[in-house]
Structure formats: structure tokens, C-alpha cells
Design a binder for this molecule. Structure first.
Ligand code: CP3
Length: 343
């Protein structure tokens, strides 16, 4: 069994630096595109047989050291009572955004196993199909990032509705974060009970907050979720995109592993988190457009910098982009496996 990824999460000695990639399943793979020409995205997410198939594609094609459940962070918002659509142009659209106390009150706290059975069926099916080939990662959006989608009604540039609610209607904002935290805790715990061997909390938009506001409006909820989910015994990874300005606060999350985006040098990130940290990251996803030798140079640099942490899991600094050439992603994984061997 390849448990290198799980060992690295726990900060244990490994033979080589393990690698997986955020958004390793997706549109850059022709095999994924073939599947998507048959079914729409949400149907794919809700069909355990198809979702499991798409989860396994990058494991077979790239040879990564972990699989990540194919789903989306916005799926639980549907069973909280929101209408969710993915439009080709705009990305996710949530109708009737939550902007006040009444909106928060309408949201239901789901019972994950009861309301999202396909998630747990997919996890169980994947554990069977993976047969311990590589570990399976489950995931959820972190409450602040989920709150931005609920409040904005989709993606945003300025997050003006979110910050306005945060500042002008703090009680309603905190009430929303409470409901989301309860949901995320039970959702992740249920994923681990069903067979997920590690979980990642995606805080894609945490980096739009000032350090002061991150500490006040987001961090307490992240801490609470991580403390709760850790009781299940599986490692918890916390990834905040654009984390450089808030790393001092992120140090307090209690996560087993901290994901780092590409905007900060990995060595500097480790200095800020302390040498006891286990880190994940942080190649710029656009570095995959470079010639192979230059991808290798960047891999070596990141591997070398990763050595100063207690543990390092190689990843991109954010998700694989749809335009990425598959052969370059394969070359990346090979380079990590070649140059990441421990003497
Ligand atoms: O391979 C994996 O990483 C697992 C699957 C996964 C998806 N989304 C599939 C997906 C994961 C872990 C996510 C997380 C997710 N979803 C995040 C956090 C990570 C990040 O990228 O910051 C966020 C913010 C979302 C919300 C979301 N989902 C957006 C904004 C979009 C549209 C933009 C885009 O990238 O397409 C999605 C759609 C989505 N999620 C796709 C996939 C494969 C593309 C859907 C398609 O096939 O058309």
C-alpha cells in the first residue's frame, strides 16, 4: 500500500516526497472532457459510479500519490436550501443570495449521510476500487469561502456584499458562519467515517481578508471545525489561497498540514509557520506552461525548500488550469518522484 502521503501528513519519515494536485481531475484531461460531453457537471457529481471513475482518471494517468474525491465545495449548499447552477460562462450561480438574518434563518443544517448519500456511496466505492493503491482525500469548503458564494450569489472580485454584511450586520454574518461550521464539521466527519483517509478544507477566498478580519471573522470557525474533525483520527489539511498576508494567523488553525499558494516563496512560508509545520505546495499552476527542463528546475527548488519543514507534500499553489498540457502534468509528477527521493 502506498501510504507515503499519509505518513508525510503526520510528519513521519518518507522514502520520497509525495505529490497530488488540486483539481487533478478536470477539464485539462481529454478523458474528463469525454465524460462531460455525456453528462452535466452536477449530474456527474451526484452519480457515484461516474464520480468514482473521474476521481481515478488522474491516479491512472499521472501516477499521483493520493486521490481526491470528485465533487464540488458548493454541493452541500444545495441541501441547505439554495438553488445551484453551473453556467458555462459565469461559473457557479446561487439564486436568492443570503444578505440578512432572515436569509440565514432560512438555511437548513443538513444531515450529511441522509441528505448527500451519493457522496458517501462514492467514497465507499472508491475505497473498494482503489484497494489501498493510494489514499483517498475528502474535502469541504471552509466556512468563509462558502459564505462568500452564499452572500455574493456566485464568484466575485471585490466581495463587497460579503464584507458589507460582515461589517454592517455582524450578528447575521456570525450566525451564518455558525451554521456553516456545524455543517462543515459533520460533513467532513461523515466523509472520514465513510472511508476518506485525509480531508482538506479549501479556503479559496480567505486571502481577500485583512489579517485582523481573518482573525476575527474566519479563523475561530476554522479552528473549531479542525478541532472537531481531528477527533475522527484522519489528518486535516487547511489550504487558504493567497495566504502570505495571513500566515501568522493560519499558524493557529491546528491543521495537520498547511497548504501554501505560489505567491510566497515556500522557504519564507515555512519560516512564518515554524519548522514544526507540515506544508503542502506550491508550484505556480502556470509553471506547467514552461518547457520540461524549467518545470524540473522549479520542482527541485521547491523540493529543496520543502526540506526545511517537518514534512512536505508537493502540490500546485492552486488548481490545475483547464488549458494545461497533460504531458507537462505527467512530467511534473515524474520530476517530483525522481528528485524527491530521500538519500
Ligand atoms: O480534482 C479535484 O480537485 C476534485 C474536484 C474539485 C472540483 N472543485 C471539481 C470541479 C474540487 C476539490 C473543487 C473545489 C472547489 N470548487 C473550489 C475550491 C478549490 C479552488 O479551486 O479554489 C471552489 C472555489 C469551487 C467552486 C467552483 N466549482 C467554481 C468557481 C467552478 C467554476 C470554475 C471552474 O473552475 O470551472 C467550479 C466547477 C468545477 N468544479 C469544475 C470541476 C472539475 C468544472 C466543471 C466543468 O466540468 O465544467
Amino acid at each position: 500500500m502506498n501510504d507515503t502521503f499519509l505518513k508525510a501528513c503526520r510528519g513521519e519519515a518518507v522514502d520520497y516526497t509525495p505529490v497530488w494536485l488540486m483539481r487533478q481531475a478536470g477539464r485539462y484531461l481529454p478523458e474528463y472532457q469525454a465524460m462531460r460531453s455525456q453528462v452535466d457537471f452536477l449530474t456527474l457529481c451526484k452519480n457515484p459510479k461516474l464520480a468514482a471513475e473521474v476521481t481515478l482518471q488522474p491516479v491512472d494517468i499521472l501516477g499521483v500519490d493520493a486521490a481526491i474525491l470528485f465533487s464540488d465545495i458548493l454541493i452541500p449548499l444545495e441541501v441547505m436550501g439554495m438553488r445551484l447552477e453551473f453556467s458555462e460562462k459565469e461559473g457557479p450561480v446561487l439564486s436568492d443570495p443570503v444578505r440578512n438574518k432572515a436569509g440565514v434563518e432560512r438555511l437548513e443544517i443538513p444531515d450529511p449521510e441522509e441528505d448527500l448519500p451519493f457522496i458517501f456511496d462514492t467514497i465507499k466505492l472508491l475505497r473498494k476500487e482503489l484497494a489501498n493503491r493510494v489514499p483517498l482525500i475528502g474535502f469541504s469548503g471552509a466556512p468563509f469561502t462558502l459564505a462568500t458564494y452564499l452572500i455574493e450569489g456566485g464568484s466575485s472580485k471585490s466581495f463587497v456584499h460579503t464584507k458589507r454584511m460582515m461589517f454592517q450586520n455582524s450578528p447575521a454574518f456570525h450566525y451564518l458562519m455558525e451554521k456553516l461550521s456545524t455543517t462543515v464539521s459533520s460533513y467532513l466527519s461523515a466523509q472520514i467515517k465513510a472511508g476518506a483517509q485525509a480531508v482538506q478544507l479549501f479556503d479559496t477566498w480567505a486571502g481577500v481578508l485583512t489579517p485582523f478580519d481573518y482573525a476575527k471573522y474566519a479563523l475561530p470557525y476554522v479552528k473549531r471545525i479542525i478541532a472537531e474533525v481531528k477527533k475522527e483520527g484522519a489528518p486535516v489539511i487547511y489550504f487558504a489561497n493567497d495566504c502570505a498576508g495571513i500566515l501568522k494567523e493560519i499558524k493557529k488553525t491546528g491543521a495537520d498540514v498547511t497548504g501554501i499558494d505560489w505567491r510566497i516563496d515556500l522557504g519564507d512560508g515555512i519560516k512564518k509557520l515554524g519548522k514544526k509545520a507540515v506544508v503542502q505546495g506550491n508550484l505556480d499552476p502556470c509553471a506547467l506552461f514552461l518547457p520540461h527542463e524549467q518545470i524540473e528546475d522549479r520542482v527541485k527548488d521547491i523540493l529543496w525548500k520543502g526540506e526545511s519543514a517537518r514534512g512536505h507534500i508537493f502540490n500546485l499553489g492552486h488548481g490545475v488550469l483547464p488549458q494545461t498540457p497533460v504531458e507537462n502534468v505527467i512530467a511534473l509528477v515524474e520530476a517530483v518522484h525522481t528528485y524527491g527521493r530521500k538519500p
